[in-house]
Design a protein around this ligand. Structure first.
Ligand code: GLA
Length: 741
């Protein structure tokens, strides 16, 4: 350092030259690391600044010397660049210093100060599987806490907390949950995008230069699922190095992936903050939601399995009478929506319940239309009392009838919403989110309540809790059927994030009041399907689109992030309500078998054969349920004509696959089906279990045997060579089951 002197006057500033801190030759201070079962996150602490991310990938040997690592990482100074070179891989990139990539923090005070941040580490807490770095920027009076945890599921959980140490308020425009660095060889990120009815699409976005930014700003994520994945060139579903990130947050979010100056790829994910949403008073802190990040050497499927293992162990909580307990078998449910829409009648619902119980259904969910003046989607939201016009005796008799048939009773609510044509809105028009001076914007004819207001949250809590008690509700389908637009609170400030926090608080309150109550996070299907919601709920409704052909790829994509036991998958009517497409009951049931299975049609419309077939599919799901909901998902072939998806038990003794034909194969005979995930050393009995009845033309005797008692094969042959199966008709699916021979 030298003092700055101008015209003989000491300017009171220090000038850094290239040999001071910030020089690549400076000795490293320490190596910080976290190890998973197969992965390592390696950080290097030098320059006094935030640790630098050196490696997130395969597990490294112990005892990595800091000096050696420092020497490996000591880079040259770029031509025509700053004299004080610093690596661009900090745990939290900020404005200030010499990193010119996207920043994970954007904040300032009203006087224009505090917009730069150069954090100096004050303390590092190292616990098994967990690192907490506490750093301070004295010039801007900011404190940062970076939390990192990695367990043997190989999922890294990241979270940042920023505290305002200054005497004046701090406006925060961005604080990401986490930053990771991927190797320069990564060429693309795979995002998951869509729209209502077309959720969980998948797109590869090229990272040639610059930044990819994926943003969702409406508190529902139909447009962009809050997660992404990336792999080295050549990485596939079951091979190659892959990385995945997903945010545990049900509000607005933003992910960026940027090719940095040194070619590496910086990925950040976190909340999207609307203007003015976060103003920290002196001493106040902002804590981000968690960012879950997985690495695998076994392709995108390996990343998915890591996410599933982590969610099963650390995210999902299963209500039990005394609190939380182990997951109960996920009850096969009947949802009343597509079979009835708003045309509800007590007598019809009773008959449907009886027929559902006979099919083997275990939970009966009464959807929209049971309350207030809700005879169509234009009115009634907010009036959460049972409609005497539809249920003159109330809902208790129907719920008792359902329970008498051995099923649980579930009920639909859309608590955060209000119809302009409702008693609630007439009484409390001031309760809705809006910006003063602007017209109220409806969507699906409804407005959004400001549930961060105590009196609104109390009103909803009391209404829901009272119905749960009175009727005897075991399960709530919690809907959210519109985007937030111009969502201002009572003071006119953007209220997107406080709405999510208030929702989580309401869910926590209900869980405390009704231990044992399960909740499904619906949001028009796929709109609130994230690990933030799943910290409080037990199921997501994957999509309002129940067309089996569309669901095949949607579910495959959803399972890349979320475990199948929480993804609602229903057998609905043909022609399909959303697409008008016709498909066989077998095809619809085979596709629905692989998630949390349900039925969404009027059982009275089934003839005797169809009822028997559906009952057999439900029985098959129940038999396979421990495997389907506790096994390892594998991602097989995915071509324009055929899709293979499976689940293998953790000990690899039992596996089940869905093989679906989506079109005619390009050649006369389809190529062999290779079954991933099996134990190569084990022998398996392979068969196509009932009720699948493959329609095939002159099968070989060995093929014929698969639909009977099965055939025995070695695991290596099934995985590497594959089994030749006859041609399938488009729109048909078979189940392939492997059991110990
Ligand atoms: C949303 C849900 C559906 C159904 C309707 C009822 O669209 O996703 O499953 O509950 O609302 O209005």
């Amino acid at each position: 350092m030298t003092r700055a002197i101008l015209g003989g006057e000491d300017l009171g500033m220090q000038v850094m030259d290239g040999s001071a801190a910030g020089d690549g030759a400076t000795a490293p201070v320490a190596v910080l690391r976290l190890d998973g079962a197969r992965s390592t996150l390696l950080l290097l602490r030098r320059f006094g600044g935030l640790p630098e991310i050196v490696h997130w990938g395969s597990r490294l040997p112990p005892d990595i010397a800091a000096t050696e690592l420092g020497a490996l990482r000591a880079g040259d100074r770029p031509h025509n660049g700053p004299d004080q070179w610093e690596p661009c891989a900090a745990l939290l990139p900020t404005f200030g210093g010499t990193a010119f990539g996207q920043t994970g923090l954007a904040a300032f005070r009203d006087d224009g100060s505090a917009w730069t941040a150069t954090f100096a580490v004050e303390a590092v807490e190292e616990q098994p599987g967990r690192l907490v770095v506490r750093a301070v920027d004295h010039a801007s009076e900011l404190e940062l806490r970076v939390e990192l945890a990695l367990d043997d599921t190989d999922v890294l959980v990241m979270r940042n907390t920023l505290r305002n140490l200054g005497p004046a308020a701090l406006r925060v425009e961005r604080l990401v949950s986490g930053t990771v660095i991927l190797p320069a060889a990564v060429e693309a990120v795979h995002t998951s995008h869509g729209a209502w009815g077309q959720e969980f699409g998948r797109a590869a976005m090229s990272l040639a230069q610059g930044t990819i930014s994926v943003e969702s700003r409406r508190n529902r994520s139909h447009d962009h699922f809050p997660g992404l994945a990336a792999g080295l060139p050549g990485t596939g579903d079951e091979s190659g190095q892959a990385w995945g990130l997903q945010l545990g947050w049900s509000g607005a979010h933003r992910f960026t992936a940027e090719r940095l100056e040194d070619g590496s790829v910086q990925v950040m994910g976190g909340e999207f903050l609307h203007p003015g949403e976060v103003v920290l008073a002196p001493g106040e802190a902002l804590e981000t939601p968690p960012l879950f990040a997985a690495w695998s050497a076994n392709g995108f499927g390996g990343v998915a399995r890591a996410f599933h293992a982590h969610a099963r162990r650390s995210v999902l909580r299963w209500p039990a009478p005394g609190g939380y307990g182990p997951m109960r078998p996920r009850p096969v449910l009947l949802n009343s929506w597509e079979g009835n829409r708003f045309a509800l009648s007590d007598a019809a619902l009773r008959t449907q319940a009886e027929q559902a119980a006979a099919l083997g259904i275990e939970r009966y969910v009464l959807d929209d239309g049971w309350f207030g003046g809700r005879r169509n989607d234009k009115r009634g939201l907010g009036d959460w009392h049972v409609s005497p016009a539809v249920f003159p005796q109330g809902l208790r008799p129907l719920a008792d009838h359902v329970r008498g048939l051995g099923m649980e009773f579930g009920l639909w609510f859309e608590p955060e919403m209000v119809s302009p044509d409702s008693d609630l809105f007439r009484a409390r028009p001031d309760w809705v989110l809006h910006v003063a001076g602007r017209p109220l914007r409806t969507a699906r004819h409804q407005l959004v309540l400001d549930i961060a207001r105590r009196e609104v949250a109390d009103h909803l809590f009391e209404a829901i809790a009272a119905r749960v008690d009175e009727i005897g509700v075991d399960y709530i389908k919690w809907d959210h059927n519109r985007d937030l637009v111009e969502a201002g609170d009572v003071r006119g400030r953007a209220a997107y994030r406080q709405q999510v926090e208030a929702l989580y608080a309401l869910w926590r309150r209900l869980a405390a009041r009704h231990p044992g109550l399960e909740i499904e996070s619906c949001a028009s299907g796929g709109g609130r399907a994230d690990l933030g919601a799943l910290l409080h709920t037990q199921r997501i409704w994957t999509s309002d689109n129940t067309d089996a052909l569309d669901r095949l790829r949607m579910q495959r994509s959803a399972f890349r992030f979320l475990p199948p036991e929480v993804c609602g998958t229903h057998v609905s009517a043909s022609p399909n309500h959303q697409t008008g497409r016709r498909s066989s009951l077998d095809f619809r049931a085979a596709v629905a078998l692989f998630g949390h299975m349900g039925v969404e049609l009027d059982p009275r419309t089934l003839d005797a054969d169809e009822s028997e077939t559906l009952a057999r599919w439900i029985a098959l799901h129940k038999r396979l349920r421990p495997l389907l909901h506790g096994g390892h998902c594998v991602f097989g072939e995915d071509t324009p004509s055929r899709v293979l998806q499976g689940v293998v038990s953790p000990d690899r003794t039992h596996a089940v696959f869905l093989l679906a034909a989506t079109d005619w194969p390009p050649q006369r005979r389809p190529h062999p089906v290779r079954l991933p995930g099996l134990d190569p050393a084990r022998r398996y009995g392979l068969r196509i279990p009932a009720p699948v009845d493959p329609r095939w033309y002159q099968p070989s005797p060995d093929q014929q045997a698969l639909a009977g008692e099965g055939k025995e094969f070695g695991g290596a042959l099934l995985s590497e060579i594959g089994v030749s199966l006859p041609q399938m008709d488009p729109g048909t699916a078979w189940i392939l089951e492997c059991q110990p021979a």
